[in-house]
Design a protein around this ligand. Structure first.
Ligand code: SAM
Length: 237
């Protein structure tokens, strides 16, 4: 279904993943996040390299299940479990509907990801989710994920990022707006969504991401993909 949530002038409310967003989420994410499809494809590629047999794969902030599907389709191991977690009950229902019958060894859990332990995991994915966690709670979440990962396991974090350099930030913001316009969003929709989401989606810069991953204990971390102001990080335990 096409995203038309911000086509009319409404009273400003903070963005939430409620039923109206769930119904249009797949269209919204593809038209708003440059490189989204590539992020998903890269996650599929990484399962083949970093997935370990008899372990769990966690998709934290799973939304409609695109990452879980990529994990499953590319999984080379028979005895692994995919655990998709989201705290929006409407997303959980949609994820279950989308994936039931398509993939096996799969659980969808409605929970705050801060309450999940990720034990015996070889792959944990936070695809566009960490940016919705309060900034002060992010380090504790990454630390906990690190504790649950097996040696050699990986965390993949994709996020909208910002640049401290004002000129770079201005240029990349311009290009991101062009991307949205080219995908059919009007000026009114772009402005209304920005207002609705600006207190909810809080970006970090790249250095903050690397510092957080290092501080959790990851032996290596790198930015394996970037398109404008969206980047994906791979951290190896
Ligand atoms: C932008 S979407 C993630 C997109 C999805 N990972 C994908 O690749 O298509 C963010 C998701 O995180 C979920 N979320 C936000 N905060 C959460 C939390 N504290 N615990 C669990 N899920 C959360 C939202 O409900 C939403 O479905």
């Amino acid at each position: 279904m096409r995203d038309q949530i911000f086509t009319k002038e409404n009273d400003l409310v903070n963005f939430t993943f409620d039923k109206s967003v769930v119904n249009v989420f797949d269209d919204m994410v593809r038209r708003s996040v440059p490189g989204y499809q590539s992020m998903i494809e890269m996650i599929g590629l990484m399962v083949k390299t970093y997935g370990q047999n008899n372990t769990n794969y966690y998709d934290l902030g799973a939304s409609t299940g695109a990452v879980s599907l990529a994990l499953s389709i590319n999984n080379p191991h028979q005895h692994n479990r995919i655990i998709a977690v989201d705290n929006s009950i409407e997303m959980v229902k949609k994820c279950r509907n989308n994936l039931d019958g398509k993939i096996s060894n799969f659980d969808v859990i409605c929970s705050d990801i801060k309450d999940i332990s990720c034990e015996n995991s070889s792959i944990v994915v936070l695809n566009l989710t960490l940016q919705f966690i309060p900034v002060k709670q992010r380090q504790a979440l990454i630390n906990k994920i690190y504790q649950g990962l097996n040696p050699g396991g990986v965390l993949i974090v994709s996020e909208k990022i910002h640049f401290d350099d004002e000129k770079k930030q201005t240029e990349v913001t311009k290009l991101h707006l062009d991307f949205k316009r080219a995908n059919g969003y009007s000026e009114l929709e772009i402005a209304a969504k920005r207002q609705s989401i600006e207190n909810v989606l809080i970006t970090d810069n790249k250095k903050t991401h690397f510092d957080r991953l290092n501080s959790a204990g990851f032996s290596q971390s790198l930015c394996h993909f970037q398109c404008l102001n969206f980047a994906s990080f791979l951290a190896i335990k």
